[in-house]
Write a protein that binds this ligand. Sequence first.
Ligand code: BGC
Length: 504
Amino acid sequence: MTSVEPSSSGQPFGSKVTVYVVACWIFAAFGGLMFGYDIGISGGVTSMDDFLKKFFPAIYERKLHAKENNYCKYDDQMLQLFTSSLYLAALVASFGASKACNVLGRKPTISLASVLFTLGAVVSGTAPNKVLLIIGRILFGIGVGFGNESVPLFLSEVAPMQHRGAVNILFQLFVTIGILIANLVNYAVSSIHPNGWRIALGLAGVPAIFLFMGSLIITETPSSLIERGKEIEGKEALKKIRGVDDVESELEQIKLACEISRQVKHPYKKLFKRASMPPLIIGISIQVFQQFTGINAIMFYAPVLFQTVGFKGNGSLLSAVITGVVNVLSTLVSIVAVDRVGRRKLLLQACVQMFISMVAIGSILLIHLKPTGSLDKGLAAVVVVLVCMFVMSFAWSWGPMGWLIPSETFPLETRTAGFAFAVSANMFFTFVIAQAFLSMLCNMRAYIFFFFALWILIMGLFVVFLLPETKGVPIDSMTERVWKKHPVWRKFMGKEVVKNYEMT
Ligand code: BGC
């Protein structure tokens, strides 16, 4: 497939989608599989009796006498810390990863991510006590921080502009596949006693090993090479990822971006200048809102949630597998749609669908689920359908856009630093939700779903008034073509400011 894309100056430059190019996209996207596997495995493992008996015996006892309260049976700070410690580690690691991306390049940072994650799998899978269990999780977290910083950036930088949305969303597609595989693994190992949970945690090493092998095959991005002074290698890399020999005009554009970037000695200082605020505010907000959709309340705790509404043991894991399949299939919709209908429309449509689902789930639980006892079968099935409607809309919108938009809106000089803030905002609020959800469920009961519905309303308004469309804009022309044209954000980009911006 050959296509032509316009540069920011309107000059077209060509590209061809070759086998090698596609292989680079797919190998890098394995970083998403690591992340997704972990998201999916935690909820299942923390509801396995063998795991609870070994590390959290008090919770196991409470679970046996679950009659006491439907909403509170799993509320335990240590159990929550097990799930969420990974995200704190990833938060801190994403800043180290930003530095590694600048100094070493995107490709070695991806390799590092896979090595750290593999170590995490070994330590977690063999952990004899709680301390090593948490250390394993921290290693997982550092791996996730490195992977989530480098992979989306890599994908956005190597993608031809007209397919950038779709290529970047391969990361999210692999996240959803990881979650699904983890749900299946949970389901399969739940009957292996007493070490099923060890298999579940240890298998996390498999996607990491794939990523490691892939990281040896992929090319470094041309921007990263040229920014680090390796012009000849940069040109070669560009030829490889474009599948054509004539790359002069695109090369010029990258060189220009690198030229500006090299003059910036302190990317973080620059990031807090007024003219850098628009992409920074958007990048962070998109990620914060992504978490306040409530997706991880559903993802981490789907098995717990389904047990709460009355599915027992394997039935609840099976329901989580169903949401996993919906998640993967709906992400495919986004891959097809994102470069056609654009980012904004997908986000807005999803806000409506997610709002309706959350309000409906909250209402059913409020009216029909008493603190003890369970929902009747029919209503429990309706809750599963509503959860699927919610996951579906998230999967073609806030899920992928959370990674796509922040990775494509920063200029090169603040790209890795700005994206690190977006990644860490994601990790921080994933941590907050993971840490707080079980307590919130216990205290707020069904009202927790109304809480998320309110946030969904707020993020819808945010998109309407503040989010510019980035579809079809070359990655190095965002300032001119997006921020300077937006009715609100252009005020940040006044002449004076822009001048400073270009010289700082
Ligand atoms: C989010 C995760 C979420 C996943 C669900 C990702 O984009 O960052 O927090 O669990 O999507 O598919």
